[in-house]
Design a protein around this ligand. Structure first.
Ligand SMILES: [Zn+2]
Length: 65
């Protein structure tokens, strides 16, 4: 039972909390980034760029919309 109506940021800005499958580091990534995103600890690729939006290569831990 959780309510998700805490924050209401601008539409289009999406931050995703992800956990690296290799080293378990957690970091927040921006879903509209234009460059591939790698783990800041072990350099594992977490997301690649798609059509104006990143494509996650791993499962997000949490979504901020
Ligand atoms: Zn890592």
């Amino acid at each position: 039972m959780s309510r998700k109506t805490e924050l209401a940021p601008k539409a289009g800005n999406k931050f995703i909390r992800v956990k690296c499958p290799s080293c378990s580091n957690e970091q927040t990534i921006y879903s509209l980034a234009s460059t591939p995103i790698k783990c800041i600890v072990c350099n594992h690729e977490l997301a690649e760029t798609g059509a104006g939006k990143i494509r996650l290569r791993i499962k997000p831990a949490r979504l901020f919309e």
